[in-house]
Every structure is written in structure tokens, then in C-alpha cells.
Design a protein around this ligand. Sequence first.
Ligand code: FPP
Length: 248
Amino acid sequence: MASEYPYQIEAPPRERLPRHVAIIMDGNGRWAQERGQQRVEGHLQGASTVREIVEEASELGLGYLTLYAFSSENWKRPAAELEFLMALLQQYLVEERPTIMNNNIRFRVIGRRDGLSPEVLQEIDNLSQASEKNTGLTLILAINYGSRGEIVDAMQRIACQVRAGELSPEQITESTIAHALYTNGIPDPDLLIRTANEMRVSNFLLWQISYAEFWVTPIHWPEFTRDHFRQALWDYTKRDRRFGGLKN
Ligand code: FPP
């Protein structure tokens, strides 16, 4: 497996970890095509990477990990690829249950339910409910997620509250909006990782990543390892976060 980093990178100390890491997992298709394989082989291998990185995040003591598993724009893909991705997600939700429960991981999904099959929705609900009292890593899968759609849904919710007389327009603050988003109760990501060298945000957590640090790697998601993840975390510890202010 090609890697630009040495293996066995030391684990960053827990107190210096970002609270919340979000990842745009990209490059599954390219990874497969470069090997003369079908794109879906890349998704299959990508699901193994998901397992590794979730376990790593949990073992390191990370608070929140959000993974962009399926965007609202991904429905434009060929039917066979969509079918495969949905089956893979369903399989993940069933097969990962023991790992999630044994590692005290709380599981949550963000995204629109409309469009997902009853079977996938059932597995999402099962795992979310089974793990809701867990107190370790919170794993958030973005499934059928689009940030603009999330903001539309939040605005509709707030407009309904205004219409019902529960809220006046003047009372709307940044906190009102943050509470109306799917990510209510989840701190904003501190670090956003994107694989496969793409320098774009792709409708992911637009409100929430206002002050996230970016870390982009040429590594394709199927070959992203625990060491790449550790490297991203170490690099994050060296960033100077000023939030628009001046250096201390
Ligand atoms: C991007 O690769 C990846 C996706 C659109 C889906 C991500 C899915 C997985 C990692 C596997 C299943 C997930 C779980 C949680 C089990 P791409 O197909 O856009 O790659 P390309 O840009 O090289 O074509």
C-alpha cells in the first residue's frame, strides 16, 4: 500500500486532539479504476477504511467524527452504483453494531430521510437507538446529506416557529439557526479532512465549518490509513487558530 508517511506514527495526546473531525471521503472510484477494477470495488475497500478510522478515532479518545457517506447530489450516479452504495451502507449498519456497542460509540445520522429505503431507515434507527446512551466517540454519518438542504430545512422550521408566534424575527440569533440544523447539540468541526486531493467543500457542513482547519491529502480514501489520520491530527496541533482575532 503506497503511503507518503512513515507507518507507526505516535498517537497525539488526547488533550491536544480536535474535539470534532469531519471527513470528505473521496477517491474510491479513482482508486478502483487505477487498478483496472469497477468503481464499486473502491467503495467496498472504502468501507474497510471507514471501519479502521472509526476504531482509531474511538481508541484515540476523539469526541466526534463525521463522515460524508452519501451526499444529496450523489443520486445523480448510475443506478447500479447507487444500489451498491445503499446495500453497502445497510450492511455496515448491521455488521458494525457489535463494534459500535463494544467501543461505547454513540451513532447518529444527519441528512434527509426522504429517498432512503425503509430498510436503510430501519437500520439507522436501530443503531441510533441502541447506542444513544453510549458515552464514547460520537460517530455521525452524513447520509443523503446536503448542507444547503439542511439550511433550507432549518429555515422552514424557524419560519414555522415565527408563524406560530413562538419566536419573533428579532429573536433569531446564530444560536437559533445552529439549534435548527441537523447537527443540533454537536460542536462545530475543528478539522476537516478531504482525501484524493480535491480542494472543494462539496455542500458539506457549510455553516458548521466556518472556522474549521482544512487538511487535504492526495491519498485516495481506500488507502487512507490510521497513520494518515494521525498525521492529520498532529498537523492540526500545530495550526494557529485565531478565529478572526490576533495571535495570543
Ligand atoms: C467518494 O468517492 C465516496 C463516496 C461518494 C461515498 C463514500 C462511501 C464509502 C466510503 C463507502 C461506504 C460508506 C460506509 C459508511 C460504509 P468517489 O466515488 O466520488 O470517488 P471518485 O471521485 O474517485 O470517483
